[in-house]
Design a protein around this ligand. Structure first.
Ligand SMILES: Nc1nc2c(ncn2[C@@H]2O[C@H](COP(=O)(O)OP(=O)(O)OP(=O)(O)O)[C@@H](O)[C@H]2O)c(=O)[nH]1
Ligand SMILES: [Zn+2]
Length: 305
């Protein structure tokens, strides 16, 4: 039988199996995907083969190949990675213009990370109820930038329950990662979408805040059959890992599309002559804010959010 890992504590896993029951599962012996070292062989979202021990327990016999995964450097073992979640259909960033302010630089970093993990991206603008005309205009301008590069954008008010149906449609049948700065309304939104998971999310953030574990374990919530939301406690951003300068424009779709038109095939789009990307920024085809983010990521300027 196969199943999906909903939760991991490091040695035990909650696996939602094909029979729609949740089994407490563990691995037997060494079970690793070849190719890289990780502190956790199995992550939330992994599809696994299990053999049942009894009504409630199972053994994981195989990890099925991953479509994608989010990995970060392990806190404990620097040479190892820690997989946060696997097989995601989309990464959703909840953004607010004010209270708290989410900068375009932060949005771009998130998109770059998700793109490098090959996960489609969505930006969800929350708290539109507190915006005046000027604020709404600003959101429209930002949406134009991102829709142009293929990112889905939604405007909602979790508090006033505006746009909740479009969020439900967006999530339907998919596994979605939800991220955003603290205070953007993630819990409020989750509770409007799936009232039952209120307590669970509260419990998780308490747990994370107390810092009981140095390792963060994500948890996947079943909103409805085959619709899942992954909440990574304590993690507000994906973090950009080990992207080389020459590689970065691969994760800016609008730059990737122009790469072959630059004079130099290994153009970094910073100072080279006859650079198609710099030309596109000059004539407004590429948003200036996106180019600024590109440069600041290369410069490792983490503070300019
Ligand atoms: N005006 C307005 N306020 C909202 C909206 N959504 C959430 N809030 C408020 O914003 C504050 C933070 O909301 P939370 O849902 O706790 O935010 P969170 O993202 O879960 O924050 P963390 O738990 O710190 O990660 C609360 O006071 C909410 O009532 C909205 O659509 N409009
Ligand atoms: Zn170039």
């Amino acid at each position: 039988m196969t199943g999906e890992v909903l939760k991991s504590t490091g040695s035990w896993y909650d696996v939602l199996a094909e029979d729609h029951k949740i089994y407490q599962a563990r691995t037997r012996g060494k079970l690793r995907l070849k190719g890289f070292k990780t502190t956790n062989p199995i992550a939330v979202g992994d599809k696994v083969s299990i053999s049942l021990e009894n009504d409630t327990e199972a053994v994981i016999t195989e990890i099925l190949p991953r479509e994608n995964y989010i990995i970060r450097k392990s806190v404990k073992q620097k040479s190892h990675g820690h997989i946060l979640a696997a097989n995601l259909d989309q990464a959703i960033l909840i953004v607010t213009l004010t209270y708290p302010r989410t900068s375009l630089g932060f949005i771009d970093r998130f998109l770059v990370s998700a793109e490098s993990f090959r996960i489609p991206q969505v930006i969800l603008f929350n708290k539109i109820d507190i915006l005046d005309k000027e604020g709404m205009d600003m959101i429209e301008e930002i949406i134009e930038i991102y829709e142009k590069i293929g990112v889905t954008c939604l405007k909602v008010s979790a508090l006033k329950e505006e746009g909740i149906n479009s969020v439900l449609e967006l999530l339907e049948g998919k596994k979605s990662l939800l991220s955003g700065h603290s205070g953007v309304g993630k819990s409020t939104l989750l509770n409007k979408i799936a009232p039952g998971i209120e307590q669970k999310t509260g419990a998780i953030s308490d747990f994370a805040q107390k810092g009981v574990h140095t390792t963060t374990f994500a948890e996947m919530f079943e909103i409805s059959s085959s619709t899942f939301v992954i909440d990574t406690p304590g993690i507000k951003e994906l973090g950009i890992i080990d992207i080389e300068t020459e590689e970065l424009s691969d994760y800016f779709p609008e730059m990737r599309a122009l790469q072959s038109e630059c004079k130099f095939h290994n153009c970094t789009h910073l100072h080279e002559p006859k650079c198609a990307v710099q030309n596109a920024v000059d004539n407004g085809e590429i948003a200036e804010s996106r180019y600024i983010s590109y440069v600041s990521i290369i410069e490792g300027d983490d503070n300019r959010r």
